[in-house]
Ligand binder design. Structure first.
Ligand SMILES: *Cc1c(COP(=O)(O)O)cnc(C)c1O
Length: 362
């Protein structure tokens, strides 16, 4: 019906490209949050472990618990741990990223209760994204706390707000400056010698000289880096295919789909695919006539995408029931599909629902 094919070869290629851009000693933190960006968490994460990444990272505790349940033993960072999940986090030996005083003190309480010492944690600073993180002027609070907390600070990091923006970017430059100051401050505390990191996927391409001691890559492992030139060095991992459920002819002037989403400008042939907005293909992709590929020919999604189905205009293309239709893939990647819906590859990939079968190509 609908299948997301995942190329482990292309994942290996992307990992090697990223590795070639960073120093031999630079650690590689592979970000596999949100079901490895909507792909398939288990084989994707296992493949990365086999490739030799230094750590995995997820957004929330439950995602880290899933990785431990798969038997993965390398360090797992949890970027955005929530206070009610801290007990579970500690019992699964996950490494929290601490991003404000309340979270820091709550974790301290739990770690003391459970009689741990030197529990591995990471410290996140907000240098300009203005989402989560300690503020640069909280660095002294953090340093004072570290002296007595039962923590072993593994790393200190921040996150760029526009790492793909053409240089010079005043926002990124300001963030880098703040981060360098924070690094200097942390190094003054000699009892704690963490590693430092700032770059995501686009950052590795745009700011390799600021890789510090580690990088955190997610989307580039899937073949995208938010810039055509960088994308050309990478290979898309995911190909999404559906297949035709029904074909009908409609007369000029007939409307197709809910709410007269499309009106045939001439006598037309319409095919229905069993994939809809419940599977992650947003309703609006039809109203902008997003192309998909039938026997390698572009045909348009027409009308409003339904919950479970969408319609394509196949007028003039010979085809039959069961024929495959590629929604995105190697020639027409998810990043290109995303542009039609005024969104980004991240959203297209992570929206793909559980009804789509995942096939790992090893
Ligand atoms: C998701 C995330 C990343 C990965 O970003 P990509 O652009 O996918 O490489 C890195 N760091 C943090 C803090 C993140 O939340």
């Amino acid at each position: 019906m609908n299948t997301l094919y995942l190329s482990s070869q292309n994942l290996t290629h992307n990992y090697n490209v990223l590795r070639s851009k960073i120093g031999d000693k630079t650690k590689f933190i592979a970000v596999v949050k949100a079901n490895a960006y909507g792909s398939a968490l288990a084989p994707f994460a296992q493949h990365l472990v086999n490739l030799g990444v230094d750590a995995l990272a997820v957004a929330y505790t439950e995602e880290g618990v899933q990785l431990r349940a798969l038997g993965i033993q390398i360090p797992i960072l949890v970027f955005y741990p929530q206070i009610p999940t801290l007990h579970v986090l500690v019992s699964n030996s996950l490494q929290p990223c601490l991003y404000n005083p309340t979270l820091f003190l709550e974790l301290k309480k739990i770690v003391l209760q459970e009689r741990h010492s030197n529990y591995p944690v990471h410290i996140k600073y907000n240098t300009g994204l203005n989402r989560v993180g300690f503020l640069p002027n909280e660095v002294n609070w953090v340093l004072n706390q570290i002296r007595t907390a039962p923590f072993a600070i593994q790393s200190v990091y921040s996150h760029l707000a526009a790492s793909e923006e053409k240089r010079p970017s005043s926002l990124c430059d300001k963030q880098i400056k703040y981060f360098q100051k924070i690094k200097t401050n942390h190094l003054e505390l000699e009892t704690s010698q963490p590693y430092f990191h700032l770059l995501n996927s686009s950052g590795v391409f745009n700011y390799p000289e600021y890789q510090f001691d580690a990088v955190r890559c997610g989307i580039a492992l899937h073949g995208f880096a938010n810039n055509d030139k960088w994308d050309n060095e990478l290979q898309p991992v995911a190909t999404l295919k559906s297949s035709i459920s029904q074909i009908i002819s409609v007369k000029k002037g007939a409307s197709v789909g809910y709410d007269h989403g499309w009106v045939a400008p001439k006598d037309s042939s319409i095919a229905t695919l069993p994939i809809g907005h419940a599977d992650g293909i947003g309703r609006h992709f039809g109203s902008v006539k997003t192309p998909v590929y039938l026997h390698n020919k572009p045909v348009s999604i027409v009308g409003n995408v339904c919950m479970d189905m969408l319609m394509i205009d196949i007028t003039g293309v010979a085809c039959e029931l069961g024929d495959e239709v590629e929604i995105f893939g190697l020639q027409h990647p998810a990043s290109e599909f995303a542009l039609h819906g005024k969104t980004i590859s991240y959203e297209v990939l992570t929206q793909l629902g559980p009804r789509i079968e995942r096939k790992w190509l090893s």
